[in-house]
Each structure stands twice: as C-alpha cells, then as structure tokens.
Design a protein around this ligand. Structure first.
Ligand code: PHE
Length: 337
C-alpha cells in the first residue's frame, strides 16, 4: 500500500472516531491544514520523477476528496444531533405566543364601503398630492383671488407658496389635465383647513371627490348617482335632498342632505356633500393648462361632488368627537375591530 493510502485510512479512522466537533476540527488541521500531513504531499510532488508524479497526483486527489467528504459527513451528523437535542427541550404541547391582530380604522372602513359602491357604478380611483399649488386648489377651480377660502386664516400655506389642499376638488383638475373625456373617477383623500379644533372640526378631514364628464351629462345623472349611492350605503329608506347652494366651480350647485334610520341622527337632515355641474370656466382653465381644447364646454358637460367622510362615519357609528379619529386610543379603536 502506498504511504498516501495509509495516511488516508488513518485519517478516516480518526474522523470516524472523533467524539465531538472539536476533535473533528483537530483532525482536519492535522491532515488537510496548511501544514497537514496530506497537504505535505502536495509540496513533495515537485521533487518527484516524471513517471511517479501522475500516480502520486491521483492518489493525493483521492486522499483529499475522501477525507474532505468524511469530515463533512461527520460534521453534518454533529449538527443534526445538536438540533434534535435543542428540539427535545421544547414542549410543543404548550400554547404559543398569540400575535396581536390589528383592525381597520373606522374611517378606513367607511371609505372602503363607499369606494366599493362607486366602483360598482364604474368609477375608477384617482388621486393627487396633499400639498398643492394655489392654482390647482383655487384658480383652476374658478375661485377668484379675493375669495375668503383662500384667506390665510382658512388655509395652511407653505413658505414656498404652496398649500395643504382645502378640498379634494384639486383632483378634478389633475385628472382632466392628464386624461381626455369621458371621465368617471372618485378620489378619496385628506383635506386641511385652519379650523378652530373642537368636537366637530379637525385641521385634517377626509373627502371623497367625484367627477363625471361626458356628452349630455345632466343634473338628473348627478341626482341618480348620488341617490343610488346613499341607498346602497344607508339603506333603501334613506331620503336624499338637493338644496341649492353656491360653489365657484359648479353651476348650478347643490348641497346634499340625507336622512336615514341607519344614522344615529335619526329624523334629522344631515348635510353631507357639496355637488353641482362642472362650471364651463373650469373646463376653460383646464384647456389653457393643457394647451388644447380637449374639454370643449360646448361639447362636454359633467357633474362633481365632494362627500364629507368624517361626518358620515361619526353619524353612522355614533362617534361623538372627531378628535377620536386621530388620537390612536385603543379603547376607541377596538370598538370597530
Ligand atoms: N369641494 C367642495 C367642498 O369641499 C365640495 C364640492 C365638490 C362641491 C365638488 C361641488 C363639487 O366643500
């Protein structure tokens, strides 16, 4: 037997008999380490004759491979052993640690319900930024520079002249800037006003904006769509009332009141939305921004609405104070889980 084969067998015996990982590592160093006895044969190769070299080369390879494989096999065995020992100490019959399961915020629940109804009516979702330009929030919506809504007392202005949008109607403009009619979108989102904060006023509130632009759209379409919406949301015996109002960006304009047994307000009319037919001046502003006459007011008509979601959620769920929505009090939130 060649001395290399003897060396290999000696190594294999030692590995097979290694009692633990430390002994195994010692064996590896002894045979395959930098100055290990098998490795030493690699150095010796240079001094061998031409005929001997390939024979020893092959034996050396076999020895290295065999010993490496044996080391790995034994190491795997030690690993498996320590894993099963660790598992043996775990009592799998003990109850686990329960995860805390969260739930949707009542406003999110309200929005989801409303969005679901509009989606069934074929409305697509649109959105825009909370930080807006004055133009998107006011000028494009036919709101003159001296309009009280633009006042610094009502609007949060940023130092660079932009503002926190005071309504989601900004998304009407953004949608028409980027796509031609027909348009049928809703845009749920937050809006901001510098109100005195109390039980019914918050600096941040939530709306669902709606915009429908097509040929021959009329007030009848607006009424039909919103009546359907409120009947779906609050039940078929809900009464819906359109009351003449004024918004710069719609003409005619209406405020929408609802009365429903589903609402904690009972027999009282609740003012819940602003709406109206898109003002031709809004189409003209959009055309100017687009640099074309895609929204020709002689050809296209449309309706728009803005629903106040906080109010609706409060009356539907019987929430007495709008500030609860933002206080993150689990005693409040858990009631809607
Ligand atoms: N933007 C109006 C508001 O916040 C509501 C509205 C939207 C009115 C669309 C008409 C059309 O009060």
């Amino acid at each position: 037997m060649h001395p290399l084969e003897q060396l290999r067998d000696e190594a294999l015996r030692e590995i097979a008999g290694a009692p633990d990982e430390k002994a195994l590592e010692a064996a590896r160093v002894k045979y395959l380490g930098k100055s290990g006895s098998i490795s030493a044969w690699g150095e010796q190769m240079k001094s061998l004759g031409k005929e001997e070299r390939p024979i020893v080369g092959q034996l050396l390879n076999e020895a290295r491979n065999g010993v490496t494989a044996a080391l790995e096999e034994r190491a795997a065995k030690f690993r498996a052993q320590s894993e099963s020992e660790a598992l043996a100490n775990i009592d799998i019959s003990l109850p686990g640690t329960p995860h805390e399961i969260g739930s949707l915020h009542p406003l999110t629940q309200m929005l989801d319900r409303a969005i679901g109804i509009f989606r069934r009516m074929g409305f697509a979702l649109a959105d825009g930024p909370d930080i807006e330009t004055e133009w998107h929030c006011f000028d494009a919506l036919n709101t003159p520079p001296d309009h009280p809504a633009r006042n610094e007392q009502d609007t949060f202005y940023l130092p660079d002249g932009r503002l926190l949008r005071t309504h989601t109607s900004t998304v009407q403009i953004r949608t028409m800037e980027s796509a031609p009619p027909p348009i049928r979108v809703i845009a749920p989102g937050a809006a901001y006003r510098r109100d005195e904060v109390d039980a019914t006023h918050s600096a941040q509130f939530h709306q669902i904006e709606g915009l429908y632009v097509d040929e021959n759209v009329s007030v009848a379409d607006l009424k039909g769509a919103l009546e359907f919406f409120f009947h779906e949301l609050l039940g078929p015996d809900t009464a819906v009332r359109f009351r003449p109002h004024y918004f710069p960006f719609t003409e005619p304009s209406f405020e929408i009141d609802v009365k429903s047994r589903a609402l904690k307000s009972g027999e009282q009319w609740i003012e819940i939305a602003g709406s109206g037919m898109v003002h031709p001046a809004v189409f003209e502003e959009v055309n100017q921004a687009r640099g074309d006459d895609t929204y020709d007011p002689e050809k296209w008509t449309g309706y728009a609405f803005g629903l106040g979601m906080d109010r609706l959620a409060m009356i539907l769920f019987g929430i007495p104070d709008i500030r609860f929505f933002a206080q993150n009090d689990l005693r409040f939130l858990r009631q809607f889980a």
